[in-house]
Design a protein around this ligand. Structure first.
Ligand SMILES: [Fe+2]
Ligand SMILES: [Fe+2]
Length: 159
C-alpha cells in the first residue's frame, strides 16, 4: 500500500531516533553494569529492548507503505559519563521523543492513515512510560540524595 510521502519521511526520522537510543541505552546500561548498579543496568537494558521493538515496528510499517526504511542513519548520541548525566540525558531524549510522536500522530491523522496513527499511539504510550521512569529516578535522587539512590541500584549486580 502506497504511503504518504511526508509521513514516510517522518517515520524514517523516528526510525533514526529509535536506532540512536537503542545504541545509547545499550552503552549506558553496560556502563551501569560495570559500576555494579545491577538494577539500573536492567532498567536501561529493558528500555533499549523497547526502542529496538519500536525500530522493528517502524521498519515493518515503512515496508508496508511501499518504501525503503533508512537504517543507516544515527543522530548524535548523548552518552552520560555519570549516573546523574545518564538519567538526565534519558529524560531529555524521551521528552523530545514524546513530542515527535505526538507531531507524527497529528500528521498521520491529517493524511488519513489510521494504521499509522494506531502504531504511533502504541509507541507513544511506551515512550511516556520511559519519561515516567526517568522522572521517577530524578525525583528519587533529589529526595534521597545520590548516594542513597546508588546504594539501592546495586541490587542484582553480577557477582
Ligand atoms: Fe522508542
Ligand atoms: Fe523511549
Amino acid at each position: 500500500m502506497k504511503g504518504n510521502e511526508k509521513l514516510i519521511i517522518v517515520l524514517n526520522s523516528l526510525l533514526a531516533d529509535e536506532l540512536t537510543v537503542v545504541n545509547q541505552y545499550m552503552v549506558q546500561s553496560e556502563m551501569c553494569a560495570n559500576w555494579g548498579y545491577g538494577k539500573l543496568h536492567k532498567a536501561i537494558r529493558k528500555q533499549a529492548m523497547d526502542e529496538m521493538l519500536h525500530a522493528e515496528w517502524l521498519i515493518e510499517r515503512i515496508i508496508f507503505l511501499d518504501e525503503a526504511p533508512t537504517v543507516s542513519r544515527l543522530n548524535t548520541m548523548k552518552i552520560g559519563k555519570t549516573v546523574s548525566e545518564i538519567v538526565n540525558n534519558d529524560n531529555d531524549v524521551e521528552l523530545n521523543v514524546v513530542k515527535e510522536y505526538n507531531d507524527a500522530i497529528k500528521l498521520a491523522r491529517e493524511v488519513d492513515d489510521q494504521g499509522s496513527v494506531d502504531l504511533l499511539t502504541k509507541i507513544l504510550k511506551m515512550e511516556e512510560g520511559h519519561v515516567d521512569w526517568a522522572e521517577m529516578q530524578r525525583a528519587q535522587i533529589e529526595q534521597m540524595g545520590m548516594e542513597n539512590y546508588l546504594v539501592n541500584q546495586t541490587e542484582g549486580s553480577a557477582s
